[in-house]
Design a protein around this ligand. Structure first.
Ligand SMILES: C[S@@+](CC[C@H](N)C(=O)[O-])C[C@H]1O[C@@H](n2cnc3c(N)ncnc32)[C@H](O)[C@@H]1O
Length: 288
């Protein structure tokens, strides 16, 4: 097998920037991925086989005007997208909004989400993932929880725009998992890009909530950032990286068992996005 190309990159000053179509490609021999074109040592790839490195690893970035131009380009793209882009910004970068929507429904369908399942979307946001799920489910089967009132308001607009009011989803503004109780158990609980935006205390309360509401054969899926790193922040929420043991302990307290299903890119998430390395956890009720 070829050695991994990231170890010995040599850079070509004349390499063109990758066009968007190239962005998602991986280096065929070594599978390295990112969005910056490099040329690599002969052990890895001839010039015809591009390999991509993250911006932070690209020496050209030191002198490049791109870091200044990129936010401008993003802002222009958002302007072009208009009101819906403003809505999409509430749950992440609008540029990846469609990819994130597509991944969520594809993953849940692959896991066997049935139209009759009772579905709980924790941190449902503006229904980026929720709309295709609501479409797939029978009426009255979807419940979304969201902490921000203005985001719930946008979620209702998104539902209306999709013409799905007849599916009668429940959207609940919730800021305290310990005080919240649903009148039914759920077959599938889903927390997409949510657990790592919670403080440890809130994550514990959310997982306990799942433990109290999951049906005996129910399953909860949640993607997390595994490892150890200082906390970051996003729209007033933390961005936390925790070892698997952390989630195992919270789940154990809630009567659940954790099984890591794999990295997102192994589960169909676009590999060129940085989130691809997040891990999808499955939590199920512990068997007696
Ligand atoms: C990155 S967004 C993801 C939204 C949605 N799951 C999706 O994929 O489109 C994270 C969402 O979690 C919500 N959130 C964060 N903490 C929460 C909490 N304690 N309870 C409910 N929602 C929460 C945020 O307001 C935000 O809308």
């Amino acid at each position: 097998m070829s050695p991994p190309c990231l170890t010995t990159p040599t850079w070509r000053a004349r390499s063109p920037r990758p066009r968007s179509a190239e962005v998602a490609r991986r280096c065929p021999p070594c599978s390295a991925l990112s969005w910056r074109l490099c040329s690599i040592t002969s052990s890895c790839a001839p010039a015809t086989l591009p390999c991509f490195l993250p911006d932070s690893e690209d020496p050209r970035m030191l002198k490049s005007p791109i870091p200044i131009r990129r936010p401008l380009r993003r802002a222009l793209r958002r302007l072009k997208l208009g009101a819906s882009a403003t809505r999409h910004t509430l749950v992440g970068r609008p540029e990846v909004w469609q990819l994130k929507r597509d991944f969520q429904i594809a993953f849940l369908r692959a896991q066997g989400l049935a139209p009759d399942d009772r579905f709980l979307d924790i941190g449902c946001g503006t229904l980026r993932g929720g709309i295709p799920v609501i479409e797939h489910l029978h009426a009255g089967r979807y419940t979304g929880l969201e902490v921000r009132a203005e985001v719930i308001a946008e979620a209702w607009r998104e539902l209306e725009a999709a013409g799905l009011e007849h599916k009668d989803p429940r959207l609940i503004q919730n800021s305290d998992f310990d005080a919240l109780g649903l009148d039914h158990r759920v077959d599938v609980a889903w927390a997409f890009s949510v657990l790592f935006h919670m403080t440890d205390e809130i994550a514990g309360a959310a997982i306990s909530f799942v433990g109290r509401h999951l049906a005996p054969q129910g399953r909860c899926f949640a993607n997390v950032c595994l490892g150890e790193a200082p906390d970051g922040s996003w729209q007033g929420f933390p961005v936390v990286t925790r070892p698997l043991r952390f989630y195992e302990q919270l789940a154990e307290t809630a009567g659940l068992t954790v099984t890591p299903l794999g990295r997102l890119d192994e589960l169909g998430h676009p590999a060129h996005l940085p989130d691809a390395s997040q891990v999808m956890l499955e939590m199920t009720p512990r068997k007696a």
